[in-house]
Design a protein around this ligand. Structure first.
Ligand SMILES: Nc1nc2c(ncn2[C@@H]2O[C@H](COP(=O)(O)OP(=O)(O)OP(=O)(O)O)[C@@H](O)[C@H]2O)c(=O)[nH]1
Ligand SMILES: [Mg+2]
Ligand SMILES: [Zn+2]
Length: 356
């Protein structure tokens, strides 16, 4: 791929940010600065992970644009300190936020999606991609990661029913702003300006074909990311973006483009799920039994809510499904970790014995 270096050049046009230090433009914030002293800052310079490959990472910093060997558990968006000779990553700084999911496939490891994101734009379109249950999953993931989510509804120009999509999305959570944006229009930068301040990092998440890369291009003002038309008939995308990549744009902030995710399984996301469904959790406080399963128990406040027509039974079902899935996945992960630990001990024991 040909990298567009114009996005790394000093800002020049009127809409660009004033000349900002490179580290600020990359998202260096006091949260990271306070983890190291001034001396370490020059000896072991910080750099940000913009891309994670199979065996290497791409890093950008002040005068740094390099590829180094991958160290384990690095995520796109991580801030690292380099060794004094700059030949390797010395340390990963504490993360302000971390978005993760349970990976698809049979080994089902936890997959780190992105670190140190300030705002996650959850992107869907005003078409067949729109799905409340999936949006709830994305929001739970963002809340769990302590990232502020915003729902973007793209392709309003192709829909005759934008207001219905907006209303359905807005009903999901009081804590999540919802915006309809034509990703191909000139208004994108102005519409998202409140979140795209210099020094901040934003991410676009969502299915293939919803316009994540188109939004990246709209914000950068260049063709930074590749885009491709969706399938006619079902509006599904063609998985054009194949890896996560952090782009530095001329407005002085960092933008993460991600590939469309096919599956979004919950793991260790109990708090995030509780945030999305906080109204139901509050209501459940009124159930007669503290361990009420909201199915057959007498005195169930949620059942009463449904009977009174105040609560959508489908929403209660979705909540219970996510809670159960998260509990199952988190338990099996915890079990696997303790099994791996036990196995590690056995192997160490065998090695010790064989050395004797
Ligand atoms: N009319 C219209 N087309 C849009 C809008 N947003 C995206 N598109 C088109 O939708 C298609 C898919 O956009 P992409 O930006 O490639 O989608 P993506 O989310 O990056 O997809 P993946 O990389 O596959 O995950 C492209 O043809 C875009 O031009 C919009 O708001 N209105
Ligand atoms: Mg894309
Ligand atoms: Zn109940």
């Amino acid at each position: 791929m040909v990298r567009d270096y114009s996005t790394f050049l000093p800002p020049s046009t009127a809409m660009d940010a004033p000349a900002l230090p490179m580290l600020t433009r990359l998202g260096w914030q006091s949260f990271f600065a306070q983890q190291i002293d001034a001396d370490a800052l020059t000896r072991t310079p910080p750099a940000r992970v913009t891309r994670v490959n199979r065996t290497t990472v791409h890093l950008l910093g002040d005068g740094i644009d390099m590829v180094l060997p991958l160290v384990s558990d690095l995520a796109v968006g991580d801030w690292v300190l380099l060794e004094e000779d700059r030949a390797a990553v010395a340390e990963v700084l504490d993360r302000k936020s971390l978005i993760k999911r349970r990976a698809a496939g049979h080994d089902r490891q936890v997959q780190l999606i992105a670190a140190n994101i300030d705002t996650a734009f959850v992107v869907t379109s005003c078409n067949q991609d729109f799905n409340v249950a999936r949006l709830e999953r994305y929001l739970a993931l963002a809340f769990e990661a302590e990232v502020d989510p915003v729902i973007l509804l793209t392709k309003p120009d192709l829909s005759e029913d934008v207001a219905t999509f907006v209303a359905e999305a807005a009903a999901i959570s009081d804590m999540v702003p919802v915006l309809a944006v034509n990703a191909k229009s000139a208004e994108v930068a102005a519409q998202l300006a409140g979140w795209c301040k210099p020094g901040r990092t934003i991410a676009f998440l969502g299915s293939s074909g919803v316009g994540k890369s188109t939004l990246v291009n709209a914000l950068s003002g260049t063709l930074t990311a590749e885009t491709q038309g969706v399938r006619t008939g079902d509006d599904k995308g063609r998985h054009t973006t194949t890896r996560r990549e952090l782009h530095l744009v001329s407005g002085g902030f960092a933008v993460l483009d991600t590939p469309g995710m096919r599956e979004l399984q919950m793991t260790d996301a109990a708090d995030g799920i509780a945030d999305v469904f906080s109204d139901l959790a509050d209501l459940a406080g009124g159930c007669r039994f503290s361990d009420c399963s909201h199915t057959v128990e007498p005195g169930c406040a949620l059942k009463a809510g449904i009977a009174a027509g105040d609560l959508d039974p489908a929403r209660l079902e979705r909540w219970q499904k996510l809670v159960a899935e998260d509990a199952h996945n988190s338990a099996t992960l915890a079990e696997r970790k303790s099994r791996d630990k036990a196995l590690g001990k056995t192997i160490k024991g065998i090695q010790k014995k064989s050395r004797k």
